[in-house]
Design a protein around this ligand. Structure first.
Ligand SMILES: [Zn+2]
Length: 42
């Protein structure tokens, strides 16, 4: 599976830390505060 071709609207479907399901591409997990993976903020 290639991970290079990915839509940038939503970074990850689930929190990398606790697995909380991101529904709208939140920047931070509301459950544990884990920063959603992605490019650094401007
Ligand atoms: Zn989390």
């Amino acid at each position: 599976m290639s991970k290079k071709n990915k839509v940038t609207v939503i970074k990850d479907l689930n929190c990398l830390n606790c697995g909380y399901p991101f529904t709208r591409g939140e920047k931070f997990c509301p459950e544990c505060g884990q920063h959603n993976r992605g490019k650094k903020l401007p």
